[in-house]
Design a protein around this ligand. Structure first.
Ligand SMILES: Nc1ncnc2c1ncn2[C@@H]1O[C@H](COP(=O)(O)OP(=O)(O)OP(=O)(O)O)[C@@H](O)[C@H]1O
Ligand SMILES: O=P(O)(O)OC[C@H]1O[C@](O)(CO)[C@@H](O)[C@@H]1O
Ligand SMILES: [Mg+2]
Length: 510
């Protein structure tokens, strides 16, 4: 039995597959753990803590060889899990000019990607995800597809490219003519209009930043959204957004499944903060880092042209300092990078004031890159503000930029009696409102095409994204269970410290 037959015959949504080298077929199906039968994103942590089953091969004395492959496939749901009689059709790509001479047009149902590629001899094979790409059979007739696209959460370079490539991918690869754009985020399903999308309408939208569909926070009402999906006869839903959006997508998928609708729900992860777990990097991040260089460069030019110049550049990053870290690593003009993951302090030995003074003495100027989520506890102390939330329930951050600017000014003028030239730059929205760069445009195309192939193949409740450079279908709960943050114990942060030679702020002396 091959995997596709197996999938079609299984009533379970999440299969735990276990590799056995003694088997001819790559996959040896084990009865799924009950945990996987009713997938609940809230319960994902127990899956993470799951200990791989040991495969025990008997030797010729009938005693088990202690041999642990530890292969785990964290699979995505398929429409046939709740609609077992769903008809299937040959993939139209079989007749596509584009794929005419491609050696392997279709991804083998047995192709998977390893989450960990750095392993030791003898280590368990670990977690794998299903490889993204076109499948030999599809579960939709092209002329019957009614797809929709929605964009939610904050902006990010490349959203329009993803929209464009979903529309063009559906049309050019699968002959789909009906694609609706849902306007204004999740609430647009029930409170706004839709727009018709076709290759002509989306032709040059990738040249613009933002989203032609508009976006919003809050307003997610699962029942109203799924009612609307039903009323409009939509059978493929493409949802572009960050961690909050993906949680919303998981809820939509669950409701669709409960109602047993033949609707594929595909998530495309979007976040300027690069805070989505599992995937290598989020689209638009590269563009944002590049755009941040312009602000850092401006700060550097300003401060090196005056006496005792202090430049501060505030960049986005609520809980994850990736933009600040990568922008710093790329620039070489940054003296110190402050991120939410690495607490800092101002006064005393090893503090920021001491460091600024030292760099002013050595170089005559200093540039600080500050992630917006850094030092929130200090700002809170100084302004004593009540906690506010946005419409989606995300905590609204206090503005650390002006706070730090003032602190440094006060310290040098009143304590050190030293004149400094402060230049504060806040390009936060500018770095995410630009169109995507060449790299991100290609990345967005791959994401969009992978999402289209996955939905056409009947997968649902999945997020698409690169895992170790290859695109995979990932269960939505897997990308929302944790936030991707800069790990101070990883080498990347050490590389930054080695490059800027800034204080680590680890040894505060009270
Ligand atoms: N737990 C949740 N369940 C259902 N819907 C949610 C959930 N969290 C957020 N949403 C919805 O998802 C949409 C976007 O969420 P949010 O504003 O948090 O942005 P995001 O997708 O996380 O993107 P980003 O953080 O990159 O701006 C909103 O419409 C919000 O109502
Ligand atoms: O667009 P808003 O609602 O001002 O939100 C800004 C937030 O969105 C993000 O860009 C994430 O999308 C954060 O970096 C930032 O804090
Ligand atoms: Mg978010």
């Amino acid at each position: 039995m091959d995997l596709s037959q197996l999938l079609a015959s299984s009533p379970n949504h999440h299969l735990l597959l276990h590799f056995s080298p003694t088997n001819k077929s790559l996959f040896n199906f084990h009865k799924p753990l009950p945990l996987f039968t009713n997938f609940n994103p809230q319960r994902r942590s127990s899956i993470t803590n799951y200990h791989p089953i040991k495969s025990q091969t008997l030797n010729h004395n009938n005693t088990p060889l202690d041999h642990d492959d530890g292969f785990i496939l964290e699979d995505v749901p398929h429409l046939t899990h709740f609609l077992p009689d769903l008809p299937t059709y040959p993939n139209p790509l079989k007749y596509s000019q584009a794929y005419a001479i491609v050696k392997n047009t279709f991804v083998s149902p047995e192709d998977v990607l390893a989450q960990q590629v750095v392993v030791q001899k003898g280590s368990p094979r670990g977690v794998h995800f299903r490889r993204a790409g076109p499948r030999e059979n599809v579960y939709f007739k092209s002329e019957e597809v009614r797809a929709c696209i929605v964009t939610c959460g904050g902006l990010c370079p490349g959203i329009n490219t993803v929209i464009r490539e979903i529309v063009c991918g559906l049309n050019y690869m699968y002959g789909v003519n009906t694609v609706l754009g849902i306007e204004g985020g999740y609430r647009g399903f029930y409170a706004r209009n839709t727009m018709e999308l076709n290759p002509k309408v989306v032709n040059d939208i990738h040249k613009r930043g933002g989203t032609i569909l508009q976006t919003s926070r809050g307003g997610h009402d699962t029942n109203k959204i799924v009612d609307n999906i039903q009323d409009r006869g939509i059978n493929q839903v493409y949802i572009i957004g960050g961690d909050g959006t993906q949680k919303g997508a998981a809820a939509i998928y669950k409701e669709v499944e409960k109602r047993r609708f033949p609707v594929a729900v595909a998530g495309i992860p979007k976040t300027i903060d690069n805070d989505i777990a599992v995937i290598d990097k989020s689209f638009g991040f590269d563009t944002a880092v590049e755009e941040a260089q312009r602000a850092i460069n401006a700060a550097h030019v300003e401060v090196e042209s005056v006496e005792n110049g202090v430049g501060i550049v505030k960049l986005m990053g609520r809980y994850s300092g990736f933009i600040a870290m990568f922008a710093t690593l790329a620039s070489r003009d940054v003296d110190c990078c402050l991120i939410p993951e690495s607490p800092f302090y101002l006064e005393g030995q090893g503090g920021l004031f001491e460091f600024v003074q030292q760099r002013l003495k050595e170089n005559g100027h200093v540039v600080i890159v500050l992630a917006e989520g850094a030092g929130q506890e200090y700002v809170l102390e100084s302004v004593n503000a009540a906690e506010e939330k946005d419409a989606s329930g995300n905590k609204l951050l206090l503005d650390v930029g002006p706070w730090l600017t003032q602190k440094i000014k006060d310290h040098f003028t009143t304590v050190k009696k030293m004149a400094i030239n402060m230049k504060y730059i806040d390009p936060t929205y500018m770095i995410r409102a630009v169109p995507s760069n060449a790299y991100d445009n290609i990345y967005c195309t791959l994401l969009a095409q992978s999402a289209v192939h996955g939905a056409m193949a009947g997968y649902t409740g999945f997020t698409v994204g690169p895992v170790n450079s290859r695109h995979a279908y990932i269960p939505i709960g897997r990308v929302t269970e944790a936030t991707n943050v800069v790990k101070l114990t990883d080498r990347m942060w050490a590389r930054l410290l080695a490059s800027t030679n800034q204080p680590t702020f680890l040894d505060k002396h009270e």
